[in-house]
Design a protein around this ligand. Structure first.
Ligand code: AMP
Length: 209
């Protein structure tokens, strides 16, 4: 099963993908996670993209496409994949079409007010990447990761100025992909407002149909 998760930042793509990958037994490939792990490992690519991520801008297509091409060539991706956060531009979508066929593109639909609420309340454990929300999914002890006991942080790009920039980047560069994939008959709209278990159940039902 080759799936793409499309939708604005904060719509829950990563949260749902981390569950859906077990159901479909395919890897969850998040370009945001791949970039963040390069930044954490202080690789050359990490240094190149660090400021771009902090500002909420897009990494250049050529760099992103090359990284995805390498990831999709790995053995675990041959049985299928969930691409989360890629493609984000029409150039990337065209490049993906040359690499792989797709079974469905899931469009996570959420209004702007909800997006801002979700992003601004998101907190992350830096070492494991586990995410929480201060209201909807708080840790057992405020500000502390349940498993590691480490202090939770707010991603630089979840801070107010970057959130607004990410939304405008999404609207300009990524939203056109909704029409792009709808025309190809691949798009499935999913209401991303309910709780993750409800969203996951409707996604599985829609994909398996
Ligand atoms: P995400 O975790 O999906 O919100 O991605 C975090 C950041 O990584 C984005 O704001 C971009 O700076 C960068 N990024 C992730 N995926 C892409 C992509 N497909 N194209 C360009 N930049 C990306």
């Amino acid at each position: 099963m080759n799936l793409v998760f499309l939708g604005p930042p904060g719509a829950g793509k990563g949260t749902i993908a981390s569950e859906a990958k077990n159901h479909f037994d395919i890897p969850h490939i998040s370009t945001g996670d791949l970039f963040r792990s390069h930044i954490k490992g202080e690789t050359e690519l990490g240094q190149q993209v660090k400021a771009i991520l902090a500002a909420g801008d897009l990494v250049p297509d050529s760099v992103t496409i090359e990284m995805v091409k390498q990831r999709l060539a790995e053995s675990d991706a041959q049985k299928g994949f969930i691409l989360d956060g890629f493609p984000r531009t029409v150039v990337q979508a065209d490049a993906l079409a040359e690499m792989k066929g797709l079974d469905a593109v899931i469009n996570f639909v959420l209004d702007r007010e909800q997006i801002v609420k979700r992003l601004s309340g998101r907190r992350v454990c830096k070492s494991t990447g586990k995410t929480y929300h201060i209201m909807y999914n708080p840790p057992k002890v405020e500000g502390i990761d349940d498993e590691t006991g480490e202090a939770l942080i707010q991603r630089d790009d979840d801070k107010p100025e970057a959130i607004l920039n990410r939304l405008s980047v999404y609207e300009k560069q990524t939203e056109p992909l909704i029409a792009y994939y709808r025309e190809k008959g691949l798009l499935i709209d999913i209401d991303a407002a309910p709780s993750p278990d409800v969203v996951l159940a409707s996604l599985i039902k829609a994909v398996e149909k």
